[in-house]
Design a protein around this ligand. Structure first.
Ligand code: GLU
Length: 298
C-alpha cells in the first residue's frame, strides 16, 4: 500500500499549479500549492507528500455538524428541517431557496442546509455547542490539540455576504430559529478548524468502521448516503457513477473518502476545478480506486 500511495503522489505532484484556488473567502487564495495523500486501513496509515500541512476544514465540517445534530435530535426532526436530495445547484446557491414551495434546504451539505443543521445542535450557549463539535473532532482525529485558523475565520466572517443572505432568508421564511449571527458564527468557526490529510484519513476510517461506537450506526449510514449523493458539489452524480465512493469535498482543497469496511482516504491540494473540487484530490482518488477496486458498487 505504501508503494502505491508513493506512486500516486509522484504521478501528480508536478501538476500542483493546475486550476485555481477558491478566492471568494479572500484568505483562501493565499494557501500554498501543495499535495498530500493519506490512507488508513486496519493495519496502518500510509502517507505521501505534505500530510502535516494544516488547512481549514471548510465544507468537510458539515459532516461533523450533521453527526452532532443527529445525535442531539431525532432523525425525523432533522429531516423535517432539511431535505435529503441533491440540489443540482452550486453549494451556496440562493435561487431555489426563495421559491414559495420550498420549506427547507435541499440537503445538509449545501450551505443553507449546513447553517440550518448548525442551528439544531443543542447546548445552553455558543461555547457549549462549539465544545461538542471539538470533542467529536478530537475523538475522530485522535488528537486533543484541535485549533482554528483565525485569519481564515475572520476573512470568511467579514466577507460572508452570501451565507448571511441564505441564513436571513431561512429566518425570514421561519425555517431557521435562534440568533442568526450566532448560528453563522458557529458555522464559520467550524469551517476554520485546522486539519491535515491524516485527520481526513482518520475521518474516512471512522465513517467506515465507527471506531469505539461513539456515533449510532444509523447516523453514520445517513451521513455516508448523503456523501455519496451530495458530497462532491454538483459533480456528486458523476463522481458516484465514475468512482462510487462516499466522499466530501471542501473549498480549501480537502477531500475525505470512505471505503466502507475497508479504509479512509484523505487528500489535500488547494487548486479546484470549475465545480469546486480539488483537481489533484479527485485524480488521486481515481487512481487509488482503479488500483484497489474500491467502488462500492463493484
Ligand atoms: N466556509 C465555506 C462557505 O461557507 C465552506 C464551503 C465549502 O467548503 O464548500 O462558503
Amino acid at each position: 500500500m505504501q508503494a502505491l500511495v508513493n506512486k500516486i503522489y509522484l504521478d501528480h505532484k508536478d501538476s500542483i499549479s493546475e486550476g485555481d484556488k477558491a478566492s471568494y473567502i479572500p484568505a483562501l487564495a493565499n494557501i500554498p500549492d501543495n499535495l498530500g495523500l493519506a490512507v488508513r486501513d486496519h493495519s496502518s496509515i500510509y502517507t505521501a507528500g505534505d500530510t502535516t500541512f494544516r488547512f481549514t476544514f471548510q465544507s468537510l465540517s458539515k459532516i461533523i455538524l450533521l453527526l452532532v445534530a443527529l445525535e442531539d435530535n431525532s432523525t425525523d426532526y432533522i429531516f423535517n428541517h432539511v431535505g435529503m436530495e441533491s440540489s443540482g445547484d452550486s453549494f451556496n446557491s440562493i435561487s431555489k431557496l426563495d421559491f414559495t414551495n420550498i420549506i427547507k434546504p435541499y440537503n445538509p451539505f449545501i450551505n443553507a442546509g449546513a447553517i440550518l443543521i448548525a442551528s439544531l445542535i443543542k447546548g445552553s450557549n455558543y461555547t457549549e455547542k462549539l465544545k461538542k463539535i471539538m470533542v467529536l473532532c478530537e475523538k475522530i482525529f485522535e488528537r486533543n490539540d484541535i485549533g482554528f485558523n483565525d485569519e481564515i475565520y475572520l476573512s470568511e466572517r467579514n466577507s460572508a455576504y452570501r451565507n448571511r443572505a441564505l441564513a436571513y432568508l431561512l429566518k425570514e421564511k421561519d425555517i431557521l430559529e435562534g440568533d442568526v449571527e450566532e448560528i453563522l458564527d458557529l458555522y464559520f468557526k467550524c469551517c476554520s478548524i485546522e486539519v491535515n490529510c491524516v485527520d481526513l484519513a482518520n475521518l474516512g476510517y471512522f465513517l467506515s468502521f465507527n471506531k469505539n461506537s461513539i456515533i449510532k450506526d444509523n447516523h453514520l449510514r445517513i451521513v455516508k448516503a448523503l456523501m455519496l449523493t451530495c458530497g462532491m458539489y454538483d459533480y456528486s452524480g458523476e463522481f458516484a457513477v465514475k468512482i462510487g465512493l462516499p466522499s466530501k469535498s471542501g473549498v480549501s482543497g480537502g477531500i475525505v473518502t470512505c471505503v466502507p469496511q475497508r479504509m479512509g482516504i484523505g487528500v489535500f491540494s488547494p487548486r479546484l476545478d470549475s465545480k469546486g473540487n480539488s483537481i489533484l484530490g479527485i485524480r488521486c482518488i481515481e487512481e487509488l480506486n482503479v488500483a484497489l477496486d474500491l467502488n462500492i458498487f463493484r
